[in-house]
Design a protein around this ligand. Sequence first.
Ligand code: MN
Length: 484
Amino acid sequence: MSYRIEGRDGEWEVVVGMEVHAQVVSNAKLFSGASTAFGAPPNSQVSIVDAAFPGMLPVINRECVAQAVRTGLGLNAEINLVSRFDRKNYFYADLPPGYQISQYQHPLVGSGALAIELADGTSKDIGITRLHLEQDAGKSLHDQHAEKSLIDLNRAGVALMEIVSEPDIRSPEEAGAYLRKLRTILRYLGTCDGNMEEGSLRADVNVSVRRPGEPLRTRCEVKNVNSVRFVMQAVEAEARRQIAVWEEGGAVEQETRLFDPARFETRSMRSKEEAHDYRYFPDPDLVPLTLDPAWIEELRAALPELPDAKKARFMAEYGLSAYDASQLVAEAPTAAYFETLARGRRPKTVANFMLGDISAALNRLGHSFASTPLFTTKATGALLDMIEDGTINGRIAKQVIEEMEVSGEGAEAIVERLGLRQVTDTAAIEAAVAEVLARESAKVAEFRAGKEKLFGFFVGQVMKAMGGKGNPALVNDMLKRKLS
Ligand code: MN
């Protein structure tokens, strides 16, 4: 089902393209040796290049280029053997040279594609137009002094990858799925940490609307949206605003806008610049960037297994559903956790526990599979083994997980301390069954008269009488025998 917004007189289609700025994981900046560590004191990581002292000369950082190439390969995109750096000229207080070194006509990476997964189980390819390298600007601080604005240049010159998509996105859901998938790939590759709160990943969302089947209409760019949820909301809010403009007989003006999540609306920031406003020209300080195909192949050979390939392998090798597999591969450490546990155990049981009760516990604790000191693979493995060998049943396992969360003890210690071992003693089970059937004689009569769905009620009562510790299979067998 395609997504449509109902207007006053008919349906509208939403068309979205995204430009994502991803900060490159690198110890040094794109054209200087200054550090890129987050959270350092203001202006403590600034070289003469970043501050644009007269006579400074930029020198390209090979590792930043390698990271951009890895990202291009991860997006199944063409890598251009020759690319060029241009100056994009504009004035801003936190941009000391008066220009940003970027790539315009000759980007490092050309067209590629990224597959997004949707809630209905389908997937869709979103085209990647290009990826280029550029410098970040510094940061203006307007809230530190009563009359003055302060400038922090630590971020100036940090390498960014600008990743531009084709206008293939057709709904808020697809926009969110695109950003999530892009973040997953970047994190697998280790080329961007994907931390949206720290600004390592920022999305500019281009939105337009049209009647289904019509050519494209004017778009607006919603700038610097910093979470997946806000991207989805910004698409919807901006589309609804444009529909109202068109339906009132007006025309949408091309401009840059900002999204205000508190008011669920976008507002105008400035009219959109055209490329010629920036007076792009080749940076005379930098020669064109030429890459050796052998080096690209070296980088390709060293790429990790990426999420789509891992998902397909999890389905084939472990017999998981597409849904479970995509949940498990969303973060590389989660996938590794699964594979450690699945060795020698039933993969479906491992997946169910990880995505169910263990995930719930981690959420409550604020832990993740990557870093939890409590639910290590060893601790979770011990718990799963106790279910597998019949020491406890699945219901008790839930209780053990909750107790682990509170006391920090291991599963075995909790089972011993609280006496949670499953009861497999047939005499004890028989006694519990007899007690329940004697007490519920009226229901027994109804059952024997044909009300068979009461069976579940008897199972529940027997388990309750046994403190949840009865072996479910044995309880079922005994009840069937006694009720027949
Ligand atoms: Mn940019």
